[in-house]
Design a protein around this ligand. Sequence first.
Ligand SMILES: *Cc1c(COP(=O)(O)O)cnc(C)c1O
Length: 463
Amino acid sequence: MSAVSNIYPTAALQAVDAAHHIHPFTDTKALNEEGTRIITHADGVWLTDSNGNRILDGMAGLWCVQVGHGRQEIADAVHKQMSELSYYNTFFKTSHPPVIALSEKLAELAPAHMNRVFYCSSGSEANDTVFRMVRHYWDQMGQPDKKVIIGRWNGYHGSTLAGTSLGGMKGMHEQGDLPVPGVRHIDQPYWYGEGGDMSPEDFGIHVARTLEKAIDEIGEDKVAAFIAEPIQGAGGVIIPPETYWPEVKRILSERNILFVADEVICGFGRLGTWFGSDYYGLEPDLMPIAKGLTSGYLPMGGVMVSDRVAEGLINKGGEFYHGYTYSGHPACAAAALANLEIIQREKLVERVRDDIGPYLQKSWTALGDHPLVGEARMTGLMGAMELVPEKGNRQKAFADKGSVGTLCRDISFQNGMVMRAVGDSMIISPPLVLSHEEADQLVTIARKTLDETYTELKRIGTL
Ligand SMILES: *Cc1c(COP(=O)(O)O)cnc(C)c1O
């Protein structure tokens, strides 16, 4: 056995973790004082920690564990692949059976006009690839002035230089003097927080037209691409008003720029369709994918490429000087294939669309009646609740932004469920295999957590 099984007391593990491990997106000093929670096992939608607590994984890891934890058949597929061919590259005019089979499968699942995939190991790398690919495409097409990429404030496209730059997280930009030159940001379709007096429908049109304005200001001949998540995930499950995507589509159809749909979260069934682009009827030129591609069993990402982009990228000839040692890694490809096989066999996409999706949406949105909740929303199995100091008043937020969300998240953990906080908004994105009974448990814990958060806020005088 080479797996690291836990034989140590929790405090000993926490001490070593604090001494040697720097955590991502974490105030490491504060965490080291508090101590990490050590997760030792997981099965289905349940995590187990080193003290034996069972915790409902309301976030599917980090939006990625579509098929649930502990699927032996994925472990077996990876084991078998590693015994046959654990690694070889795809640079030297070489390929291998798992990456070939996966490419064919992805072309089958993606929208009809997308038939090729470029591989990497994460969503961030996928967006770094996008950054270079769109610029290279326009060079190849003889339009080298088309370089600017338009993203959105509060969008998330990963944490590397390109990912951070394309994304619109101001806190991330401040660290490292980003974005890099050649990126512009427009407003997000966040009606609850930024819609003012407008109706959601009017606001959707209004924000979509900021794209039109930005393209026309910069000059269509200088704009390479627009990148957006079909539904923003890390930004707080921002579900756009129904008018938004049709208007964006109109604007894009009248202008010659590439459209990049970042499918890293929405892809692989999260919205009850294979891709978020299917849900909204979008026709992207590029689709970054990762997360649900392997359900997190191994790291893998990619960029799906449309036939139009292939025209410039491939058919014009010439080498694209880009790639990663682990592009198309055989063990990761085997994990992805086994994962997609489960999603298809168990009809998880249809299940989200017709069964567990509508079931959870009903009881989740009903949490909107709680005095602490301004709005509860959910599409597919992606949901959010806005915690607010004054119900019915969208203009009013908590003074110390994020502290109420953090409190609620901590109480939820104590109550046996992972809910994530984005500012003062609570987020869930459970595995697609969630049962009805588990969905009921999820909502019961969420309500109990809201009650206890409310009581605590009264006690400390925040409310
Ligand atoms: C998570 C995420 C990324 C980054 O993926 P990593 O694998 O963490 O690098 C990119 N885009 C979106 C929409 C994401 O949610």
